[in-house]
Write a protein that binds this ligand. Structure first.
Ligand code: GLU
Length: 289
């Protein structure tokens, strides 16, 4: 039997709700069905939005749901060294550049470049370029903040003919029903930020590094992250990381078809539990009974 290792990777920025319950139960059931393993990863790189109390609550809620995971738990806030060394490798390959622009300046520059498409998965499709050494040194001396962007053009050059052959395998479905072998089109992001000004890494960079560190064979997550997979596949190629298989799943929505968000207090697992719901009720409610 082929090995099956998946993960549930919540961010401790609020309480888990029905959408999380679906994702966690789906991953847990898949691991059990395959006689495989489930890992828990706490995605807490954003030190301003993530709170230890939410991590404690996540663990409590998962235990209550009856979900078991394999140790060790991976906490991203303890892995900044790994992310920084990956960034250093990309710097050595000369495929990332410092971007000092504000959000507003980025939006303006993207709007003035009509050859670029509509917004990408994370907003304007911005394509920039490194500043001259002189300009950059001036800004650095002044202590100006910068993000690191991945240059898609340079990444394409670095990979040569392999760039257009990047694919990933979708075993679930994307938002448009995408399935099977998918050609990766990371250019939909423009030049993405892979290390943010405020915390020196990004969801994308940390996620691919940790999928490899946890030997994940199957990434199970919501279809809202399907588009990110195009970029993740490119980062895997640039960092010589293995490519797991992907199983994106539908999102759980309310009666109006709106997906749940952290602000929807009524559907947090703790609110439902306080109102007498059992783990079996939650399973039924998300269609995994
Ligand atoms: N931390 C992400 C979230 O809570 C999940 C990322 C992933 O599964 O790749 O939405």
């Amino acid at each position: 039997m082929t090995e099956f290792i998946t993960r549930f990777a919540p961010s401790p920025t609020g309480f888990l709700h029905l959408g999380h319950a679906y994702s966690a139960l789906y991953a847990y059931d898949a691991a059990r069905a395959a006689n495989g393993r489930l890992h828990l990863r706490i995605e807490d790189i954003d030190r301003t939005r993530c709170k230890p109390d939410f991590e404690t609550a996540i663990i409590e809620d998962l235990n209550w749901l009856g979900i078991e995971w394999d140790e060790p738990l991976l906490r991203q806030s303890q892995r900044f060294d790994a992310y920084h060394s990956a960034l250093a490798r990309l710097r050595e390959k000369n495929i990332v550049y410092r971007c000092f622009k504000t959000r507003k300046e980025v939006a303006k520059a993207a709007a003035q470049a009509p050859h670029l498409g509509a917004d990408g998965p994370e907003g304007p499709q911005y394509v920039g370029a490194p500043l001259s050494d002189g300009e950059e040194n001036d800004l650095l001396e002044k202590g100006a903040a910068y993000a690191w962007r991945l240059s898609l053009a340079r990444a394409r050059d670095a990979l040569g003919g392999d760039f257009s052959k990047l694919i990933f395998h979708e075993e679930g479905r994307g938002p448009q029903g995408e399935r099977g072998s998918i050609a990766a089109t990371p250019e939909i992001f423009g030049d993405p930020v892979i290390a943010r000004k405020d915390f020196g890494t990004s969801y994308h960079l940390s996620s691919v590094i940790d999928d490899a560190a946890q030997n994940i064979t199957h990434v199970i997550r919501g279809e809202d992250l399907f588009a990110a997979t195009h970029l993740h596949r490119l980062l895997q190629a640039l960092l010589d990381l293995p490519t797991p298989r992907y199983r994106h799943h539908r999102l759980i929505t309310d009666e109006n078809g709106r997906r749940f968000a952290k602000r929807d207090q009524a559907v947090t697992l703790r609110a439902l539990r306080d109102n007498g719901a059992t783990p079996a009720d939650i399973r039924r409610r998300v269609g995994l009974a």
